[in-house]
Ligand binder design. Structure first.
Ligand code: 6R9
Length: 651
């Protein structure tokens, strides 16, 4: 890292009006982590008091990391939908813009919903769900494209106390089936079809395939493209028909702060995705507080987060965070490069977006196309830029800052995870200068710690494994139906600490720079992918004896998927087999998991005890042939030269 990249770039003094001067940050941070006994609970109960509670919480943090039990605001009662929607209408903000919808096709219809209109739609959806039999605690699977109904369906579930499980519309039928079965969800909301980048996604057909071997009580189908799709008598209902005659009021179910709000599946080190569970009160406070402070949101502004509601970023910063704060949010159905690479900038100019939050992979892809697509679009409405999902390389950061931000707009690089519920490490505009490539400082309530492999705490300037030592309100409570796995995944490596799975460097100014995952999770275009998931998809092919999957640096995607595959005896490696294996992975997981490279290997490097040495395979995939490290424990070291030669040939 060169000195120039470590330089701090200051933020104009006009930022941080909400509460983010450096002195305020430091004072609030100290209170928020409870350096002085009792202050943390008072701090967080104050934050919580911006929301409406049917019963105000008097208790704050009652969490423990050993044994593992996470609990916040336990005696509070509230409804998050009331807070995100009805509260604003009741306060006279019903005519404020809630959601602006920009379609995939630039010539399609823009849809605008005020908070009052959003309330009516949410009530309609909630009553329709009730009429189908959905009740408090029931799991509802939502498989929708990026249309307004996605946000409406989530809020409608929350309104009636049902637990939503949103599945990214890019996942395949197999992936859907696994997720529906895991949480025993008996209700599904989908659309006939989705649109993305000019292409059609057959959502209802995927649901039908997923449900071939699963019984659910009802499927609610949103008419989106209007395509004819088969409807199963008694099970499937068109949303427009089912919702026609429902009542126009629906009370918000009073929920305990620790009642479940949603499940969101995410990849881990093992083959089976984990159903990360978030509860109501702590998540609401975290989403609202982080949104306000990090994006320095001011009334009337338009906020755009380009994530999909199928990921946690969409949950927290398209739906809950902005709406809880009464903000106006843009929802975009499309992709950055359709119809051409200026799509993002067109949308910003068209709607006067003030705050723009996207992923490094999108920035890199657009950067590659040159600046001509950015130039000529009026981006003067922009006031703040954000990045999320993966480490942003300083070059991409600079490009974003210079060409999108006219070198004057601050960039917040926000590090967080599905499990953290919301932003954890970032600079706050107004309080902190920026360092390209560094996420920055811990948010209120977050106490990061770096440790080495043996758990020894590293102080000062250091590089190590990132842990968080005490709970924060937005923390995931468990893995649905498997608390042991929750404990084992996050709290067993280093007792009494939450282990993030990320590597991290802390510099002399106490800025944190995330270096990437240190476990068997790779980050492809900001999407988390368990290498074990891809391996099990490959292993299930009848010609495959064994597969090992690793990440490798990819210019656009951050990391690409590299597969070493050993075939069964007598099977010839062919181009068509490569295509078949790629297709197998797409079918079992989804297009985002498509392998970039498949390298056939006569055998995989293993230790004498039979463990695949992924560390070595990773180095080979990365072209780091001189850095293989200790190979003395290999059972058959002669294998390596052949693997390297084949890797060289693959380019
Ligand atoms: C919000 C989200 C989490 C993983 C996380 C880390 C990576 C996210 C980052 C970042 C560096 C950032 N990550 N934001 N790495 N800088 N600003 O992405 O959640 O899908 O659960 O992924 O993404 O590796 O552990 P999720």
């Amino acid at each position: 890292m060169s000195a120039a990249q470590e330089e701090t770039i200051s933020v104009p003094a006009s930022y941080g009006q909400t509460s983010n001067t450096l002195a305020q940050y430091e004072q609030q941070y100290t209170r928020s982590i409870g350096s002085v006994a009792g202050t943390a609970d008072r701090f967080w109960i104050e934050q919580a008091s911006r929301l409406d509670w049917e019963q105000r919480p008097t208790r704050g943090d009652e969490s423990s990391f050993d044994p593992v039990e996470i609990r916040w605001f336990a005696d509070g009662v509230l409804n998050i939908c009331h807070n995100a929607v009805d509260r604003h209408v009741a306060a006279g903000r019903g005519d404020d813009r809630a959601i602006v919808f920009e379609p995939d096709d630039p010539d399609g219809a823009v849809r605008r919903l005020t908070y009052r209109e959003l309330q009516a739609e949410v009530v309609r959806c909630a009553n329709t769900l009730k009429a189908m039999g959905v009740g408090r605690g029931d799991r509802v699977t939502i498989y929708l494209p990026m249309i307004v109904e996605g946000a409406i369906a989530m809020l409608a579930c929350a309104r009636i106390g049902a637990v939503h499980s949103v599945i990214f519309a890019g996942f395949s039928a197999d992936a859907i089936a696994g997720r529906i079965a895991d949480c025993a969800s008996e209700y599904v909301i989908c659309a006939d079809e989705g649109r993305r980048g000019g292409r059609i996604v057959p959502l209802k057909a995927n649901i039908d395939t997923a449900l071939a071997k699963l019984a659910v009580k009802a499927v609610l189908v949103v008419r989106n493209t209007g395509a004819p799709v088969p409807m199963q008598e008694g099970r499937d209902h068109w949303y427009d028909e089912a919702s026609r005659d429902v009542a126009d009021t629906c009370p918000c179910e009073p929920m305990g702060a620790e009642d479940p709000l949603f499940i969101l599946y995410t990849s881990g080190s093992t083959g089976k995705p984990k159903g990360v569970l978030h509860t109501t009160g702590g998540y609401a406070v975290w989403a609202e507080t982080t949104f306000r402070a990090v994006f320095d949101y001011r009334p009337g502004e338009l906020f755009w987060c380009t994530a999909d509601i199928g990921w946690v970023t969409g949950h927290s910063y398209i739906v809950y965070g902005p709406l809880l704060a009464g903000a106006s949010v843009l929802m975009f159905e499309g992709v950055p490069n359709f119809p051409d690479h200026s799509r993002f900038w067109q949308v910003i100019a068209r709607h006067g977006v003030n705050i723009f939050y996207t992923a490094p992979t999108a920035i890199r892809a657009l950067m590659r196309e040159g600046t001509s697509y950015v130039e000529g679009h009026d981006l003067s409405s922009l006031r703040l830029l954000g990045s999320v999902g993966e480490p942003i390389n300083p070059e991409a950061w600079q490009w974003y800052h210079e060409h999108v931000g006219a070198s004057r707009i601050p960039v917040v690089d926000t590090w967080w995870q599905t499990e953290t519920g919301g932003i954890m490490i970032t600079t706050l505009p107004g309080a902190h200068g920026m360092k390209p490539g560094s996420a920055g400082k811990p948010f209120f309530g977050v106490v990061p710690q770096l440790v080495d492999n043996d758990g020894k705490v590293l102080d000062g300037v250091a590089e190590g494994l990132l842990c968080i030592t005490q709970s924060w309100p937005g923390q995931a409570r468990t893995i649905y139906g498997d608390h042991d796995r929750f404990v084992l995944t996050y709290f067993a490596h280093f007792k009494g600490k939450y282990f993030t799975g990320d590597g991290c460097r802390r510099d002399a100014d106490d800025y944190y720079r995330i270096t990437g995952r240190v476990d068997d999770v790779i980050n492809v275009s900001g999407h988390r992918m368990g290498t074990a998931e891809v391996e099990s998809a490959l292993d299930s092919h009848h010609d495959v004896a064994e597969a090992a999957v690793v990440g490798f640096p990819h210019d656009i995607k951050g990391q690409g998927i590299y597969c070493f595959v050993t075939l069964n005896a007598g099977i010839e490696p062919t181009e068509s087999l490569v295509a078949e294996l790629k297709q197998q992975v797409r079918a079992q997981i989804g297009p985002i998991a498509t392998p970039d490279h498949i390298q056939f290997a006569p055998a995989l490097p293993k230790t004498r005890s039979g463990k695949i040495m992924r560390r070595i395979l990773r180095k080979i995939a990365e072209h780091e042939f001189d850095a293989l490290g200790d190979t003395s424990t290999l059972a058959d070291a002669s294998l390596i030269d052949g693997l390297i030669a084949d890797r060289r040939n693959a380019g």
